[in-house]
Design a protein around this ligand. Structure first.
Ligand code: HMG
Ligand code: MG
Length: 300
């Protein structure tokens, strides 16, 4: 077994991936509370919203307002999804310093999610990379459907590697490999990760697991054994993509942190405070969260 790292970077995606799929409109103040709770727990990378079309994702129509109300904190990096030039310009106008572009290893998913094919998505990102350089903005990149597509089924890992490599060459500093519908299992996840890692340094690769079949923690561990050091997660396990039928929540940050700390891997996060963040947003959403660790802590 490969030696385990001393620490990993957690990228918290709940304010964006977690909330984008909610039917009820969540107030800006509740989104800000979630982000501040996460900061209080020591989370250093938070994807706070997406500058996407409000017709496509009404839940994030308040993106500018959310960014404007963020608490200044030099120690935290706030990022936002930007699908095209319009979204990017709105994001920097609101004050964001890091953005994320998103495409997929599946043509059909891309059409359904961003209304264009893979090659066209790169064309749309081009002006983002140009302007990002001028404004000193960091760009992250997502590759969805890395382990399967709700429309096309199995996805060739070579295609995942190709799309990832292209995003990296265009200027993404980090590529997040998304199991959008949570169909991956550990060996498949490991093979996919190692295939991509032949082209991109592992310290620039993140893993992003949805937990539809309860495989996310196992997949994360499998990828850590292959060298993964950056993990996306969502507090209380909230999340899902409106254009990925069957996708359930992301892996819960509480469960990831519990697993990692139990293995002696540092995250810089205070799990007790993280559980508070999860409880607070679950209360806003009117349901109990999906974190097993949080439930176990509450009953112990
Ligand atoms: P489109 O309709 O092809 O865009 O949408 P368009 O350029 O033809 O413009 C049509 C209208 O949208 C125009 O307005 C534009 O101004 C407006 P109108 O003239 O009709 O009034 N528009 C915008 N408005 C606000 N912000 C913008 C923007 N761009 C155009 N940025 C578009 C293309 C990409 C905008 C649309 O398909 C979209 O917003 N898609 C977003 C879908 C989304 O957010 N999905 C969830 C996130 S991805 C995910 O969850 C996966 C991930 O978690 C990883 C994983 O799990 O795998 C990241
Ligand atoms: Mg996702």
């Amino acid at each position: 077994m490969m030696s385990l790292p001393q620490s990993v970077k957690i990228v918290e995606v709940s304010p964006r991936d977690g909330l984008q799929n909610e039917q009820q409109i969540i107030a800006v103040k509740d989104k800000i509370q979630l982000i501040n709770d996460l900061r209080a727990a020591g989370v250093k990378h938070i994807e706070v919203t997406g500058f996407v079309s409000p017709k496509w994702v009404p839940q994030l129509a308040d993106a500018s307002e959310v960014v404007k109300q963020l608490t200044d904190d030099e120690s935290v990096s706030y990022s936002a999804l930007t699908p095209n030039r319009k979204g990017f310009e709105a994001a920097i106008h609101a004050g964001i310093k890091e953005v994320a572009v998103f495409t997929a290893a599946s043509e059909t998913f891309n059409q359904k999610n961003i209304n264009c094919g893979i090659d066209e998505s790169f064309e749309r990102f081009s002006p983002i990379f140009e302007q990002a350089k001028q404004h000193d903005i960091k760009v992250r990149g997502y590759v969805s459907c890395a382990l399967g597509c709700p429309y096309e089924g199995d996805i060739d890992t070579e295609q995942v590697a190709n799309v990832s490599e292209k995003l990296f060459a265009m200027g993404c500093y980090e590529i997040s490999l998304g199991d959008t519908i949570g169909v991956g299992t550990p060996l498949k996840a490991q093979r996919m990760f190692s295939q991509v890692a032949k082209r991109i340094p592992t310290n620039s690769l993140a893993v992003h697991f949805h937990d539809t079949y309860g495989q996310a923690l196992a997949n994360i561990l499998a990828c850590i054994q292959e060298g993964a050091r950056i993990i996306d997660a969502s507090v209380a396990g909230i999340g899902g993509c409106p254009y990925a039928p069957g996708a359930s929540g992301n892996v819960s940050t509480e469960d990831v942190v519990y697993m990692l700390h139990g293995m002696g891997i540092n995250t810089g996060i205070d799990i007790d405070k993280l559980i508070v963040a999860g409880k607070n947003i679950s209360q806003v959403l009117g349901r109990s969260g999906n974190s097993r660790a949080a439930k176990a802590y509450s009953s112990s």
